[in-house]
Design a protein around this ligand. Structure first.
Ligand code: GLU
Ligand code: ZN
Length: 466
């Protein structure tokens, strides 16, 4: 195991919105750093000029900050380090660990052969220009890495997947710098990770294929080789890799849809990682419990229903004022304009009721807007003569009742007794009168939350319809 101070990084490419799998990678790095009192860093890998866009960088950083994963050092922008990448490439050439390759596309057609290793087909350059090592010709060139002649295999000691051996037949003298002077991904990642003194590289499994080449580069550059850990894929509901186009894939959408960052991260941390039977974690609990050893090496299925359940559990656990502030400040929902005249006390009482029944904060918000308005439609649209009479005497009784949970409960009990009816028959009537719906919070809580005046108004309005 690596003995350096623990420093990890999340290194997204700003070529699209942050994928849910990317957020999980960021989270695992963040938790690993915090658990080990290490540093969590961010690097924006914007070397692909055509596909990188500032708007994606902004969106990625926003999503990370929404989840409170604050980096411990300034964000590194890869494109700003290009001079340094080129300097290291020239240094490797100078040390004869890399060479200029002058082959034209036509020549390459001849020089590149296909090899199949373990059922995978690779293109291999035959090393023709290696003979020019130490010379510079006046022709366009790429810089190729010279895979050491004695290298027959590279062993990756993966902290998650275990030991994986790659035969050197699987790679050739790969390109470090393209003919237009742009350094290539495998190379810049190594130079930057060494510059940032990264001790552990935790990233998606799709990068495992690059790891042997990167290890060779670490060795060639004389950098200490970090520990690697490759996270298994997140699979869509059909068991195949979740694509960027999948509707569940964009991490930022979850903010707008009213998922709490702690809930989303809780759900993501359990995707391929476990800690006994515990399902619900706060951020401090995730940090305390996290370890790389408990990560499964198999792909994990994305399950929206479970995410919804986890979110509902986190919503329930928060107090009304915290939920209110979050909806207002983070989700920027127009609570004050849509709920005019509602006292904060009533609003909190309603939030406390409805948070028990909501999966997302968007839903909670809509419930609040709904309940704030007098019902426009009633799910029970017909009342019998007896029901009307019942409603009338209920109103009379409520006028003289103190509006606490306890008093209301007592009053309704006596009322049902004297009227010789069951609470089960009265409850739906009250709920429909107050909310329009049969499915609503308990009647006492609802009445307390709405307050006496509003409750009586709604009951009278309902009564007056028939
Ligand atoms: N920039 C790469 C990506 O977004 C990650 C590279 C790495 O983690 O080594 O997939
Ligand atoms: Zn060549």
């Amino acid at each position: 195991m690596n003995q350096q101070p623990i420093r990890v990084r999340f290194a997204p490419s700003p070529t699209g919105m942050l994928h849910i799998g990317g957020l999980r990678t960021a989270l695992f790095n963040f938790l690993f750093a915090r658990h080990n009192n290490g540093k969590f860093l961010l690097r924006i890998e914007d070397t692909d000029k055509e596909r990188s866009q500032q708007q994606y960088t902004d969106a990625i950083l926003n999503t990370i900050s929404w989840c409170s994963m604050t980096p411990d050092e300034p964000v590194v922008i890869q494109s700003e380090r290009q001079q340094e990448h080129l300097r290291v490439a020239e240094q490797l050439v100078h040390e004869q660990k890399a060479y200029y390759c002058y082959c034209t596309p036509e020549e390459l057609q001849r020089r590149i052969a296909q090899t199949t290793v373990n059922g995978i087909t690779y293109s291999r350059y035959d090393g023709f220009c290696k003979k020019f090592i130490g010379q510079k010709l006046d022709k366009p060139f790429v810089i190729r890495f010279a895979v050491p002649a004695d290298c027959t295999q590279v062993v990756v000691d993966d902290a998650i997947k275990g030991q994986i051996t790659f035969s050197s037949d699987a790679f050739d003298d790969f390109i470090l710098v393209r003919s237009d002077g742009a350094p290539m991904y495998n190379f810049v990642v190594v130079v930057d990770d060494a510059f940032m003194r990264i001790s552990h590289i935790i990233r998606g499994e799709e990068h495992l294929i690059n790891t042997p080449k990167q290890i060779l580069l670490y060795q060639a550059c004389g950098y200490p080789v970090p520990t690697f850990g490759h996270l298994p894929l997140i699979l869509g509901p059909d068991g195949t890799k979740m694509s960027k186009r999948d509707s569940a894939a964009n991490a930022y959408d979850y903010k707008e849809r009213g998922y709490l960052p702690e809930a989303l991260c809780n759900y993501l941390v359990r995707l391929g990682w476990s800690h006994g039977d515990q399902e619900i974690f706060s951020f401090p609990e995730m940090i305390a419990a996290f370890s790389l050893n408990a990560i499964s090496s198999k792909g994990a299925l994305f399950d929206t229903q479970k995410l919804d359940w986890v979110n509902s559990m986190h919503i329930k656990a928060l107090s009304a004022d915290v939920l209110y502030t979050y909806m207002k400040q983070v989700m920027q929902l127009p609570l004050d304009t849509h709920l005019p005249g509602l006292s904060l006390q009533t609003l909190y009482a309603l939030i406390d009721q409805y948070k028990q029944r909501c999966v997302t904060l968007q839903q909670l918000y809509h419930e609040l807007v709904n309940i704030h308005a007098q019902p426009a439609n009633y799910e029970i649209a017909q009342l019998t003569f007896e029901e009307k009479k019942l409603l009338d005497s209920l109103i009379t009784n409520l006028v003289v009742t103190e509006f606490t949970h306890e008093h209301l409960k007592k009053m309704i009990k006596v009322f049902c007794h004297t009227q010789e009816i069951k609470l089960g028959d009265l409850g739906p009537l009250i709920r429909v009168a107050l909310t329009g719906k049969k499915d609503a919070p308990g009647i006492y809580d609802l009445m307390v939350a709405l307050g006496k005046e509003e409750t009586l108004t709604r009951l009278r309005n309902y009564y007056a319809r028939f």
